[in-house]
Design a protein around this ligand. Structure first.
Ligand code: ZN
Length: 230
């Protein structure tokens, strides 16, 4: 079903220029890069934008005159990098224009987790809340990337975000105060956003990268904060 439906997917929620520029420039951490790359696999419009950004970036680099380093500049920079070494980020390969149930580069992260039918196996999922399970793909100092599967009609308690949350719908869909999110759509959560997502009747499978934490905001949510580890 997916192989036929995939070419028909035209996402309506996109990452926006800032995220695409950071992606094209290799400035995103691995989890955020994987979320954007997964959206790109579904979205010809954003793939086209990234290709243009890369072409412009390449042309600008070609025009730059190499500047001689002043004495001690390199040493000072290296010392600063040693001192403030950021958490390691592995570059995520760019998605080819292939069509499959789970497009590359996401498919590479599912290695060993796919059953014979090409679907994600049942092992390794853990309980997040009633009707909602998660399968961790990446976790580290930059945040967590996981698959989230929700049964139909399940609501996440109203929450806001301590950092950034990028969610790409893979199957099914969900809605919140900001619209309906269907396969290929990328939803961006940040500290200014308070929402209460509810999965569509057929349920939902999403890829979610959380950088920073979620904070539940409703009266019930404040209670949940103590027990739920998103
Ligand atoms: Zn897009």
């Amino acid at each position: 079903m997916w192989d036929e439906a995939f070419p028909m997917i035209r996402p309506s929620h996109h990452p926006g220029d800032t995220l695409l520029i950071d992606y094209a420039g290799g400035a995103l951490c691995e989890g955020a890069s994987l979320a954007v790359a997964t959206h790109l696999a579904f979205c010809p419009a954003c793939r086209h934008e990234v290709a243009e950004m890369e072409a412009i970036g390449g042309a600008l680099l070609d025009e730059l005159e190499p500047e001689p380093l002043s004495n001690g500049c390199l040493e000072a920079l290296m010392a600063r990098l040693d001192h403030e070494r950021p958490a390691p980020c592995r570059p995520v390969p760019r998605p080819p224009a292939e069509q499959s149930r789970y497009p590359e580069p996401l498919r590479s992260y599912l290695r060993g987790r796919l059953g014979r039918d090409g679907r994600i196996a049942e092992e390794g999922w853990r309980f997040l809340q009633p009707g909602m399970r998660g399968l961790d793909l990446l976790s580290g100092p930059n945040g967590t990337t996981r698959l989230i599967r929700m049964k139909g009609g399940v609501g996440v308690p109203q929450h806001t975000h301590g950092g950034i949350e990028l969610t790409v719908v893979l199957e099914g869909g969900f809605s919140d105060e900001f619209g309906a999110f269907l396969p290929g759509d990328l939803a961006i959560g940040d500290p200014s956003l308070v929402h209460r997502p509810v999965s569509d009747p057929e349920g939902c499978l999403c890829l979610a990268t959380t950088i920073g934490g979620l904070r539940l905001t409703g009266p019930l949510g404040r209670l949940f904060n103590r027990f739920i580890k998103f």
